[in-house]
Design a protein. Structure first.
Length: 378
């Protein structure tokens, strides 16, 4: 009997040891917090490690291996492999925890644009990229020829060809709202043209490899003070002490502050604007899409076309809008979205859509339901 009891006791000790060890292993990564309000399913969540408050989750990249990359100002970068989030910070070799952009180059390296320049990650170690660490990077793109283009907060655009560094859109020749253009997005279209959007009144530029062409709103846009620079501008026109109604022109873009751009399957370039909904350019004219067709939102932050050629539009204050080319459908917090202030969107290899919001919010939409994947600030 003593031998039997001793055997049972030994088995229990082994069982408890392995159970405890497995629990420690699954929770040792601070990024694998799977607490969820859903009692039937649990999901990994992005959590803070650096103590920031109420920052936006940026959905940046799906790499060649299918990993998703996110960044949060002050919290470094996060890689999601489908099971856990891994947080990369200055402790791991990142040059700054203030990450503004993440891309993957043709060699498979992950490039991080930060407040202190750019660094490269080969999957094992970080190395400094040969650009000044005094530049604060907002967006990056590697073009079809292998040149790295990146936008900055105060110094326009740079191009690095592996040897030399050239600066553009940072002088009075292109000045409209501010000499030092704040570039927030870069796009290369199917024809090889590069597009740069500004967030301080510079509109959009297109570069064909030789010349820059600037797209700005019509004269009426400024006469009716749609740019909000000077409401009492004597050049503004008023009727009964109110601003005249602004009617977008097919010959001009609808806003001079463009948060992001995308190209659809037909080659149209779409623009997410600050105050005037969304619009697209077919190479000849601009088409505005707003309340007249059901898009009841003042401005937009990002546009994505899915595999079925439908559009998903994120907004600063009215959640996510689905557009099939004819009608709109709106998704908000009451539909399960973590927050209505949605700043960006990313599609993974399974067709899921990821939405990054203000206040540390990250939602995944599988076509039916939204699930929260972040330690959200209520």
């Amino acid at each position: 009997m003593y031998k039997i009891i001793n055997s049972i006791f030994s088995f229990l000790l082994v069982f408890i040891f392995f159970t405890t060890s497995n629990g420690q292993t699954s929770t040792s990564k601070t990024t694998n917090n799977i607490n969820s309000t859903d009692t039937t399913e649990q999901y990994p969540k992005i959590i803070r490690t650096m103590g920031t408050k109420s920052e936006v989750v940026h959905c940046e990249l799906i790499d060649k291996d299918g990993n998703l990359w996110f960044c949060i100002n002050g919290e470094g970068a996060y890689r999601y492999d489908g099971k856990t989030f891994t947080n990369l910070t200055t402790k791991d070799g990142l040059n700054s925890n203030h990450v503004g952009s993440i891309i993957q180059d043709k060699s498979g390296n992950i490039l991080f644009g930060t407040s202190n320049g750019i660094c490269k990650y080969n999957g094992k170690a970080f190395t400094k990229y040969p650009v000044p660490d005094t530049l604060s990077i907002t967006c990056m793109l590697e073009d079809k020829d292998g040149n790295l283009w990146f936008g900055t907060k105060k110094n326009g655009i740079y191009r690095y060809n592996g040897t030399t560094l050239d600066n553009f859109l940072n002088n009075k020749q292109f000045n409209f709202g501010n000499t030092n253009q704040l570039i927030v997005d870069i796009l290369q279209d199917k024809n090889g043209n590069l597009w740069f959007s500004s967030w301080n009144g510079g509109g959009v530029w297109r570069f064909d490899g030789k010349d820059f062409k600037n797209f700005l709103p019509s004269e009426d846009y400024y006469k009716t003070n749609q740019d909000k620079r000077n409401f009492n501008n004597p050049q503004s026109t008023f009727e009964n002490n109110t601003r005249t109604v602004f009617s977008p022109s097919q010959n001009h873009i609808t806003d001079d502050m463009i948060f992001s751009m995308t190209e659809d399957n037909l080659g149209n370039i779409w623009f997410a604007t600050r105050d005037h909904g969304i619009c697209y350019y077919n190479g000849k004219t601009f088409t505005t899409i707003g309340r007249n067709v059901g898009f009841d939102s003042r401005g937009a932050s990002a546009i994505l076309q899915d595999d079925k050629n439908n559009f998903w539009i994120t907004t600063f204050d009215s959640g996510v809008w689905y557009y099939d080319g004819k009608t709109f459908k709106n998704f908000k917090e009451n539909n399960g979205l973590v927050n209505n202030a949605v700043m960006n969107v990313l599609k993974d290899n399974s067709g899921n859509l990821w939405f990054g919001t203000k206040f540390f919010g990250l939602s995944r939409f599988d076509g039916k339901t939204f699930k929260t994947f972040s330690q959200y600030d209520n």
